[in-house]
Design a protein around this ligand. Structure first.
Ligand code: GUN
Length: 305
């Protein structure tokens, strides 16, 4: 595998940043998941099953869920779909989760977030048995990550780590700045980076001088969902920029939180939107589901040059 050590990354100064190509890497992850599952099935094992629960008709959630179901097909995972009306009572959802927790053909349970406001989110995420918590949102899963213990890990941060690893980027010793402290991305992202030896600053809505923090970042991960939050001139020359934001413009175009064209002139590496972190999140869900079924998946990396 090609090794890129911190000094090389930061001293590398070309016209344009290199692309962290989530479309390519997610294909490689899904192919690896597929191969492991097919081997398992070839030896008489059961194909992993993922329950995908969508409540209501939020258009963005419907798009994400459709993509996840498509990925299941590619990965050789059996998706069981539950599309429930927005008014579904919380008790009914919890009862469905209980049934799926006890279902021997189901290895993973995914409840698409956000939930309608009458449903208590932690009650739902904590109801999923930790062994089937392929989203990694259960308090036990997040606690395991915080304590550096094995467990299922939230898909977006794990997917970001897989993406960096694929390109040989080692975060050990780097100053990483995470912009956003959500339960789904910012907080577990901080824990992943800390686990891998980065010095991590987490910024959030109460942070006083975001610019000053961003200017110090060797690795910048932005997960806010607001285009324009980061100005390109704040980016340290040679930094690695991971853009988790997905925003739709009035014209219907998908853009990230980071101004890509200008940021690309300063950074050494940058993830695009679309085609960056989004597909990595979904590929990691496939990986987590295979692992929840007891099937280990090898991490793809760049072939040696
Ligand atoms: N909503 C936004 N991202 C996610 C995710 O990764 N998993 C689930 N279940 N819901 C989400």
């Amino acid at each position: 595998m090609r090794e890129i050590i911190k000094g090389d990354v930061l001293s590398k100064r070309s016209e344009h940043a290199r692309i962290l190509d989530g479309a390519e890497v997610s294909d490689a992850v899904i192919a690896s998941v597929r191969q492991s599952i097919d081997e398992h099935v070839g030896h008489g094992g059961r194909r992993p099953g993922l329950a995908v629960i969508l409540i209501g008709s939020d258009p963005a959630s419907a798009i994400y869920v459709r993509a996840k179901r498509r990925d299941c097909e590619k990965a050789g995972i059996t998706a069981r779909d539950f599309d429930l009306p927005a008014q579904t009572p919380e008790a009914e959802l919890l009862q469905l989760i209980d049934q799926l927790n006890d279902d021997p053909d189901i290895d993973g349970i995914l409840v698409q977030l956000p939930l309608p406001s009458h449903i208590n989110e932690p009650a739902v995420t904590n109801r999923i048995r930790a062994e089937k918590d392929v989203d990694g949102f259960h308090a036990f899963s997040v606690g395991s990550l915080a304590l550096r213990q094995p467990g299922l890990r939230p898909c977006t941060p794990r997917g970001v780590m897989t993406l960096l690893n694929y390109y040989g980027i080692k975060v050990i010793g780097m100053h990483a700045v995470v912009v956003g402290a959500s339960n789904i991305v910012g907080r577990p992202m901080t824990l992943e980076l800390l686990y891998m030896g980065a010095t991590v600053t987490t910024t959030h809505k109460f942070t006083r001088d975001l610019e000053a923090h961003v200017r110090m970042a060797d690795l910048l991960v932005v997960a806010i969902g607001k285009p324009g939050i980061i100005q390109a001139e704040w980016i340290k020359p040679g930094a690695i920029v991971v853009d988790v934001g997905i925003n739709r413009t009035d014209a219907g175009k998908l853009i990230g939180d980071v101004p890509f064209s200008e940021a690309r002139k300063r950074a050494a590496w940058i993830s695009p939107v679309p085609g960056g972190v989004g597909p990595m999140t979904r590929a990691t869900l496939m990986q987590n589901t295979a692992e929840a079924a007891g099937i280990s998946v090898s991490r793809p990396s760049l072939p040696a040059e």
